[in-house]
Ligand binder design. Structure first.
Ligand code: ACO
Length: 325
């Protein structure tokens, strides 16, 4: 029986040229390269220029993904943008990206699940495509966290960076087995009891300001390692796949220690883990597509590879996606 799958047709990414190193941060807050590298693995991050916004980064990533897919913008009928740093309260960044691409008439909307946003975006687009209602989706993760960072708070300003990544998904027939190409399963969770562990202290409906990111780092760390286990294990079980069958583990890039502790607990060998946090910092919803694109372009991820994605972010929200490239 034919079973629709959402296959990855192409991917792309964009990082603003300006690189902010740990050394430079030493002149902004009381920190050191050694502290940042030891606690997080981050060495540098990219920062958007004054004339760049989340949508301009997203447009560049989307253009690269379309070129990689060999498709025109007009061939896309769904645009989902995962972001917590939209250009405006409204209209959505997705419509800004749609306009920038010259794609008109498709459905376009933003989705906000903070660092889990790209997983939520993939899961959402997958439902549209596998229902048969839409044919090709552009899923973009784009962020300018540098705009919501309190640059006097050394506990947070050293962690984040700006960037964007995108994938083009296409509905294609499969057999309904784990040998199919495309998304095999997605798992989404959230728990609002933890909303004050990682949040932005402003917004249109509360303060009328944009606000700044606030975080209880240790609490986030503990929760991140614990909860990631559940969604990854559930994805393996749902797809009937064992961890040994996995080719690549591409987690949200927040912190090298969280990534390595999670991989170790899951029994995934370090050589199968894609890590870009050293050069990107935490780019929230953009981190997974940026990492995917890096590993795909350097030849690590190849067609047919089994890839596990997972993320956790403010809310808390968390989730996983298992796909065959
Ligand atoms: N440079 C130097 N010292 C610092 C810095 C800094 N940038 N930031 C904090 N410190 C100090 C603190 O003030 C504290 O000093 P004190 O002992 O004199 O009070 C000391 O370092 C230890 O602070 P902790 O916050 O307890 O340090 P910890 O070992 O927990 O590391 C970190 C902090 C890196 C934030 C860690 O908790 C972490 O990685 N948490 C996960 C948070 C995360 O990744 N968030 C991203 C968003 S969520 C997500 O994407 C999953």
């Amino acid at each position: 029986m034919t079973h629709l799958r959402s296959i990855v047709r192409g991917c792309g990414s964009y990082l603003p040229p300006r690189i902010l190193t740990n050394k430079e941060l030493e002149s902004i807050v009381a920190t050191s390269d050694e502290w940042i590298v030891q606690r997080t693995g981050i060495r540098e991050r990219h920062i958007a220029a004054k004339d760049e916004t989340t949508s301009t980064l997203g447009i560049k990533a989307a253009e690269a993904a379309l070129a990689d897919a060999g498709l025109e913008a007009a061939e896309i009928d769904l645009v989902v943008c995962a972001t917590s740093t939209p250009d405006y309260t409204f209209p959505s960044t997705a419509t800004q990206i749609q306009h920038g691409l010259g794609n008109y008439g498709s459905a376009a909307f933003d989705l906000q699940a903070v660092c889990s946003g790209f997983i939520y975006g993939l899961a959402t687009a997958d439902k549209f495509l596998t229902s048969g209602s839409h044919k090709r989706a552009l899923v973009v993760g784009a962020e300018t966290f540098s705009r919501i960072i309190d640059w006097e708070d050394r506990g947070t300003c050293v962690l984040f960076g700006d960037g964007a990544g995108a994938v083009v998904l296409e509905a294609a027939p499969g057999e309904g087995t784990k040998a199919d190409r495309g998304i095999l399963t997605t798992q989404l969770r959230s728990d609002g009891r933890y909303r004050d562990k990682l949040y932005v202290d402003g917004g249109p409906g509360s303060t009328g300001t944009t606000g700044h990111l606030r975080m209880e780092g240790r609490e986030v760390f503990k929760f991140a390692v614990g909860k990631v286990m559940d969604v990854v294990k559930d994805a393996f079980a749902d797809a009937g796949v064992t961890p040994e069958e996995l080719d690549w583990f591409v987690p949200h890039q927040a912190n090298r220690r969280i990534i390595e502790a999670s991989a170790d607990k899951l029994g995934i060998p370090r050589e199968k883990v894609v890590i870009t946090v050293e050069k990107h910092g935490n780019t929230s919803a953009a981190s997974i597509p940026l990492a995917l694109d890096a590993a795909r372009r350097d030849g690590r991820i190849k067609p047919g590879d089994l890839v596990m994605l997972e993320a956790i972010g403010g809310g808390f929200t968390w989730g996983s996606a298992l796909l065959r490239w």
